[in-house]
Design a protein around this ligand. Structure first.
Ligand SMILES: [Mg+2]
Length: 160
């Protein structure tokens, strides 16, 4: 008999699927029908529990992760309100992400060598902004147009 190696990821997937099935079955057995809103809530709760399991498995707490993700989501919303458009050219888009990386790097560098000029809070703010711009980059993955841009020679005497 062939046995698949049961990795922790597969185990978590199995638990998630079985919890969802169990929620449906229990509601249907109890009442003869399943209330879809309630079923969805139970399944969502099960998913949250399983997500917690995934994170704690690698030593992360969902509570910590959730608060960071909330900060990033709030920054995505703030930035999108302030600048609703996003470059269709992926090189401009990645330039925005790179700018935030540069700002984060500057804060970390200053906190290391000129600590009076920066703070952990400034580092946190820039790290959140970098994550937020990465998410905006991802949100447009299907909208990018990968078009080579005009180029010119730097050879002396060259005209094109
Ligand atoms: Mg910034």
């Amino acid at each position: 008999m062939k046995t698949d190696k049961l990795t922790s990821a597969k185990l978590v997937d199995l638990i998630e699927q079985n919890l969802a099935d169990l929620a449906l079955l229990t509601l249907t057995k109890e009442r003869g029908y399943a209330n879809h809103d309630e079923t969805r809530k139970i399944i969502q709760h099960a998913r949250n529990c399983v997500a917690d399991l995934r994170y704690t498995h690698v030593g992360l707490s969902l509570a910590n992760l959730s608060s960071i993700i909330e900060l990033i989501a709030a920054e995505v919303a703030r930035a999108t309100r302030k600048f609703p458009v996003w470059p269709t050219d992926p090189l401009h888009a990645v330039g925005v992400v790179g700018e935030e990386f540069g700002e984060l790097q500057k804060e970390v560098l200053q906190l290391t060598y000129e600590p009076q000029k920066s703070s952990k809070e400034a580092v946190r703010i820039e790290a959140v902004q970098l994550a937020a711009m990465s998410i905006r980059f991802l949100l447009s993955l299907d909208r990018y147009e990968y078009q080579p841009q005009p180029q010119h020679t730097q050879k002396e005497g060259g005209e094109s």
